[in-house]
Ligand binder design. Structure first.
Ligand code: GLU
Length: 496
């Protein structure tokens, strides 16, 4: 079991490109749960150093998604904190200063190679079966050589000088990992145009923000030896707290087949989950299963339960597969776990979005929603399904419509005969009170006992006539809620 040696500070540091996606949120969740489990801090930083790809919209969406999921942060964008600013685009002078100190300290150097020169040497190395990374040619240029290159008009990149040694670290998920010296060459930290790269900005910020544990996707594993080397240099030049964080690389999330879930896969887009009617609880629970489990025989749990027992060492390093059906099934379980009041409040915006309840709900509308919610509570996978099932109650009578496919199936000649009998049974003359019990008994004795129909055939046509669909909440309760007059009007409408 991993016991952190210093108070935990974990982070989430996405780049704001495109829409927030599932892989990203899974990383945020694990890092957050790790921080919370250990009573530590969680920092939310945004890595927006690539002006050509980053956007303000994406930046805002990241914040919105984190808030919707309920993954709170102690320091970071939107709220500030002692190590701000938390957007890398606002920290450029810091990176320039760190790069300069690395060069002055002899940990990095200016390299003047042209792209053609680099490529020529790389090809030659490959042909000779040697590692094809940077060969270190400009590592030890004299000031005169540098001046000559500059006189030629060359603009240097800054490269970090990798100490010639093997790099071994204990990954919190994968155990001991070694990168041989030959595989990690001097790498660029600042472009010729002065733009600092991820290779520099990410460890600089992690160091200055006191990050103790870096949890991130497996795709970044190969950058770790470089970052560890940078931390060793930082300790020498006084950037950050003088220690190297621990690293844990989370498994890939696979989509269909053997491909990684890509940003382009529709189920990857996190923005779709809320309007589709996922609960943040359900989505978080499912995302937790992408590499972790609470117990072999248990899939459904709350975020609090996850935090209580989350151990980074129990994350499975093997790729996890994203399965939308399973995600929906878990969501359904979380809907069932809500109280009726809570569910009702979460349903309200969906009814408003569907124009079934106004922006300022009337007392009547809220009362109807309150009594209708329990009827559909156990029947939904997604919150949007409640809107479909209860539309018949809220819709203005003039706008009420019957699904055409359902009409064709259920309201044929025989179906209309059933509706006629139902109408008769529910007439005031034959019914003393309008209650679920009275409605049920009237319809059963008329349709099942009287006409000798099986319940499905007896009630199906009534259901379609009154609710407009073959999928609805329980029928007798639905009729009670709809009221006598509206029920009769709908039965009449299909008969005329
Ligand atoms: N901005 C990087 C990304 O989104 C962060 C990687 C890291 O966690 O170190 O991939």
């Amino acid at each position: 079991m991993h016991e952190p040696t210093r108070p935990v500070v974990a982070r989430f540091c996405p780049s704001p490109t495109g829409n927030p996606h599932v892989g990203m949120a899974r990383t945020a969740l694990f890092s957050w749960a790790f921080a919370r489990h250990h009573g530590g801090k969680f920092v939310f930083r945004v890595e927006d150093t690539d002006a050509s790809r980053d956007s303000e919209d994406s930046y805002q969406l990241l914040i919105d998604v984190m808030r919707w999921l309920g993954l709170d942060w102690d320091e970071g964008v939107d709220i500030g904190g002692p190590h701000g600013p938390y957007r890398q685009s606002e920290r450029m002078d810091i990176y320039a200063d760190v790069a300069r100190r690395l060069v002055e300290g002899g940990f990095a150097y200016k390299a003047y190679d042209s792209a053609d020169e680099l490529e020529g040497r790389r090809n030659a190395a490959r042909a000779a079966g040697k590692p094809s990374g940077y060969d270190g040619l400009h590592r030890d240029l004299t000031p005169e050589q540098q001046a000559d290159f500059e006189a030629e008009g060359r603009e240097p990149v800054i490269r970090f000088k990798m100490p010639a040694k093997d790099w071994t670290f204990t990954d919190l998920v994968r155990g001991d990992i070694t990168f041989g010296a030959e595989n990690v060459q001097d790498f660029v930290i600042v472009r010729a145009n002065g733009q600092p790269l991820y290779t520099l900005t990410n460890p600089t910020d992690d160091a200055m923000m006191g990050i103790t544990h870096v949890l991130r996707g497996e795709d970044l594993l190969s950058s770790t030896p470089r970052q560890i080397a940078l931390y060793e240099a930082f300790a020498e030049i006084g950037v950050g707290g003088g220690f190297t964080p621990e690293f844990g690389h989370l498994p890939f999330v696979m989509g269909n087949g053997s491909a990684k879930l890509s940003k382009r896969d529709p189920e990857s887009n996190l923005l779709d989950y809320k309007p589709k009617g996922f609960l943040p609880e359900g989505l978080l629970n499912y995302m937790a299963l992408l590499g972790w489990s609470i117990a072999d025989d248990r899939d459904v749990f709350t975020l609090e339960e996850m935090v209580e027992v989350f151990q980074i060492g129990r994350v499975n390093p093997n790729p996890a597969r994203f399965d939308l059906k399973k995600c929906e099934a878990i969501n359904a379980d979380h809907i069932r776990m809500l109280s009726v009041d809570d569910l009702q409040q979460r349903l309200l915006p969906f009814f408003q979005a569907a124009n079934l309840i106004g922006a300022e709900p009337s007392a009547d509308q809220l009362a109807t929603l309150a009594v209708a919610t329990p009827l559909v509570h156990e029947r939904m996978t997604l919150l949007t399904e409640a809107v479909d099932m209860l539309r018949f109650l809220f819709i203005a009578d003039d706008d009420f419509m019957i699904d055409e496919a359902d009409r064709a199936k259920s309201l044929d000649h025989a179906g209309l005969e059933v509706v006629r009998a139902a109408r008769e049974a529910l007439d005031v003359a034959n019914l003393t009170e309008w209650s679920t019990v009275a409605i049920e008994s009237a319809l059963r004795s008329s349709l099942v006992d009287g006409l000798g129909l099986k319940p499905r055939l007896a009630f199906g046509p009534v259901r379609v006539a009154v609710t407009g669909s073959r999928i609805s909440p329980p029928l007798f309760e639905s009729l009670e809620l709809l009221g006598h007059a509206r029920t009769m009007a709908r039965l009449d409408a299909v008969l005329t």
